[in-house]
Design a protein around this ligand. Structure first.
Ligand code: PLP
Length: 388
């Protein structure tokens, strides 16, 4: 069966993914099976998406109940799950309003539009530039590629959207030096994910917040990867003790279906008006019904368990031979070994463990409800692969 899948895929699916040699068939929680019925422990969650693993019964129930009622209409009409999810998100964050999109890049596009419109409305059309951080990742659209502070993404697809400049992470003087009278916003991840699982310094983040307030710059926090419990906080900014003007998220919020969200505070909630932004699918009833079941379960006790499990994994990895460094926050973890990251990932797969890379590191984004047994089984495989 696998050979058939692979051959069909290689023949007919666009050649944009350098896939690993496996197709998963089914699973439960953090345990997966491929088409040869080989078992794997999942430390990837489909890149931070399956917050409660695969075949999560509560999420399945929320979806199937909603499918039986109404699968899709359109944002021309009110829908119950979307309204309830927006309420839930605002009540758990203190943010004021939510716009629902379909992905992380789209959420960031909407945030960029909002920051620019805020500045155009209040100042002038030239105050439109956005500072992001070197080594950041914000998405794959023409605009969010340019927002991404890595030169490797700024080729092949010219012309890119203008108006981005890049400051060094954890270097407040560099941020200050990039601010001009044309700057309208600062956008950053609090733990750079694709860039190598690098948490920002708390003092730096607080300083950026202060400068943004002083200069009336919109502070956008990209929580596409760090959000929805991943770092042991519902949103990582809550752990940093700041109040962003806009928070974007995606990945884990939908629990496995495409959903992005833009959260606005009191400063930004009224910037976008009728007709300024829209989407056909965004916040569709099925997706948002599923998301409610995800976000509802992110209680303080649950988030604490995420922090504890994250600590356990990090401490375990620090003791492994050939590990050079361990970084992260909650269950978003990067491990640098003395071997090429892609080789380690392939070896782990062979041995029944699914892990990711982030630059030259191995990245773990396990389902947040992974059991202790699954965690230990996975770590044992990882240790064996890295030590041999
Ligand atoms: C994954 C990611 C994105 C892009 O999200 P898509 O859903 O793939 O568009 C943007 N920002 C960050 C921080 C991400 O990790």
């Amino acid at each position: 069966m696998f050979d058939e899948i692979k051959s069909l895929d290689n023949t007919y699916v666009a050649n944009t993914y350098n896939r690993f040699n496996v197709a998963f068939k089914c699973g439960k929680g953090s345990t997966l099976y491929d088409f040869n019925d080989k078992k794997y422990i999942d430390f990837s969650s489909g890149i931070g998406v399956n917050a409660f693993g695969v075949c999560d019964p509560e999420w399945n129930k929320a979806l199937t109940e909603q499918i039986a009622r109404l699968s899709h209409m359109s944002n021309l009409y009110y829908t119950l799950p979307q309204a309830q999810l927006a309420h839930l998100l605002c009540s758990k964050t203190g943010m004021k309003k939510v716009f629902f999109a379909n992905s992380g890049a789209e959420a960031n596009e909407g945030a960029i539009k909002t920051a620019r419109k805020y500045s155009h409305d209040k100042y002038n059309e030239f105050r439109s530039e956005i500072i992001t951080l070197v080594n950041s990742f914000h998405g794959r659209t023409i605009t969010t590629l340019k927002a991404t502070g890595q030169d490797v993404f700024h080729k092949n697809f010219y012309p890119f959207t203008e108006g981005f400049d890049y400051a060094k992470a954890n270097d407040i003087e560099d941020v200050k030096s990039k601010i001009t009278d044309k700057t309208c916003a600062i956008m950053m991840e609090l733990v750079q994910g694709e860039g190598g699982v690098l948490p920002l310094d708390k003092e730096f983040v607080k300083e950026v917040e202060k400068i943004a307030k002083e200069k009336d710059l919109i502070l956008i926090i990209d929580e596409v990867q760090t959000g929805n419990g991943r770092t042991g906080y519902l949103y990582a900014y809550q752990g940093f003790g700041i109040n962003p003007d806009i928070v974007t998220t995606a990945k884990g919020i939908g629990g496995g279906l495409p959903l992005g969200a833009i959260l606005f505070n009191e400063k930004t909630e009224k910037v976008l008006g009728f007709g300024d932004h829209a989407t056909t699918f965004g916040g569709n009833p099925i997706v948002t019904a599923g998301a409610i079941s995800i976000i509802e379960r992110m209680t303080p006790e649950f988030l604490e368990s995420v922090q504890l499990k994250g600590k356990y994994i990090m401490e375990f990895c620090k003791e492994i031979k050939n590990v050079e460094s361990v970084s992260g926050m909650g269950m978003m973890i990067g491990v640098k070994t003395n071997k090429p990251a892609r080789d380690v990932v392939a070896k782990c797969l062979e041995n029944g463990l699914v892990v990711l890379t982030a630059k030259d590191k191995i990245r773990f984004l396990p389902p947040l409800n992974i059991t202790l047994e699954e965690m230990e089984e996975g770590l044992k495989i990882f240790k064996k692969v890295v030590e041999e």
